[in-house]
Design a protein around this ligand. Structure first.
Ligand code: GLO
Ligand code: MG
Length: 347
């Protein structure tokens, strides 16, 4: 049914345009100003880092952290917004320089686990049962510096601690092959899901697929989604686009390869994604050149492209596709898809 999807993004998707080579180019929007944009653009879900909920989180007592989280929940209620997930930001503190769960220093590992358990409590206060783990610094700059098999056990141990802290919490691993690390320990969906099965409760550990991360791994995002769907573990997506193997670009969904975007929407549609409450999440960046007053356009456009592609998927001539498949005439199938994307009728 048209309109059955619910959309989300994170406050970091409205940003100042800084890159590793230059300063911000747009003035910041305050957190509350960002929250007001959600409804205007037709989004209802908010993705959070733990310190989006409680800025400078490490400076506050446990009680104060939870109190601040409750204030954010009240604000979400007022604005009729819903928290989708909380992600512990384990990549900025000095104690995560050599990795968080996989740091070679046990004090750093303890910090990372404590902070993650706190993120679970924050998630509960803002009204959600999902933790996203983008394992930014779990990897190596230098292969010989760490033992990847040990690192896997350390990641599993950290997840077990979160699972034990709250019997209802679910963990979504967001795999990414590189950046900021040279080599990540959980680079693809296969790695994420294999790790999920090693935990104490695999029924509560799944995955979030980001299009750009799959492309950076040389894989097709719709195949990565399908793999997780086959395990009933696709609980979140970060749709965006990526132009080849370079830095993580987070371009607007469909802006590089429309057919690749069509395939992602198609696989979601075919497997009833969203019907168990999963969100269509975006993780997109506005171009650095964009003026501040139009620096939300990438969000609006990504959502629009998704919806237009839902229409494309629903109006695709499946019987014709099935005929081509039965005849093993994949040239015909190929052209059927291209003509459909180009808005041409049957020949
Ligand atoms: C970076 C990731 C990042 C995460 C976010 C939520 O490459 O995509 O944006 O999605 O921190 O965990
Ligand atoms: Mg992401």
């Amino acid at each position: 049914m048209p309109g059955k999807y619910r959309f989300s993004f994170g406050p970091w998707n409205i940003h100042e345009g800084a890159d590793p080579f230059g300063p911000p180019v747009r003035e910041s929007f305050a957190f509350d100003e960002k929250l007001k944009v959600y409804k205007q653009l037709g989004f209802q879900g908010v993705q959070f880092h733990d310190d989006d909920v409680v800025p400078s989180i490490d400076r506050y007592s446990h009680t104060d952290v939870l109190k601040k989280a409750r204030e954010v929940k009240r604000r979400l209620d007022e604005l009729e917004l819903v928290a989708e997930f909380v992600a512990p930001r384990l990549w900025e503190d000095a104690r995560t320089t050599d990795g968080a769960y996989t740091s070679n220093d046990s004090r750093d590992r303890d910090y990372a686990i404590e902070r993650s358990v706190r993120a679970v409590e924050i998630a509960r206060e803002v009204g959600c049962d999902r933790i996203v783990l983008w394992l930014a610094r779990e990897g190596s700059y230098l292969r010989e510096a760490k033992d990847p098999a040990r690192a896997l056990s350390q990641i599993v141990e950290a997840i077990n601690r979160m699972l034990a802290a709250d019997r209802g919490i679910r963990i979504l691993i967001e795999p990414k092959p590189n950046e900021p690390m040279d080599q990540a320990f959980l680079p693809t969906m296969g790695h994420a899901i294999a790790a999920a099965y090693l935990t104490d409760d695999p029924t509560r550990v799944g995955a979030l697929m980001e299009s750009a991360h799959a492309i950076l791994a040389g894989l097709d995002p719709s195949d990565e989604m399908a793999f997780a769907l086959g395990h009933r573990k696709l609980w979140g997506v970060h749709l965006n686009d990526q132009n080849g193997l370079k830095y993580d670009q987070d371009k607007a969904f469909g802006s590089v390869d429309l057919r690749r975007a069509f395939d992602q929407v198609r696989v979601l549609e075919r497997h009833n994604y969203g019907q168990a409450g999963e969100w269509v999440g975006l993780d997109v960046k506005a171009m650095r050149t964009q003026r501040r007053d139009v620096s939300f356009a990438h969000l609006k456009h990504s959502k629009e492209t998704f919806e237009l592609l839902v229409e494309k998927v629903r109006t695709f001539d499946e019987p014709a596709a099935q005929r081509s498949i039965a005849e093993r005439n994949y040239e015909e199938l190929d052209q059927l898809i291209l003509r459909h994307l180009l808005g041409l009728r049957e020949r």
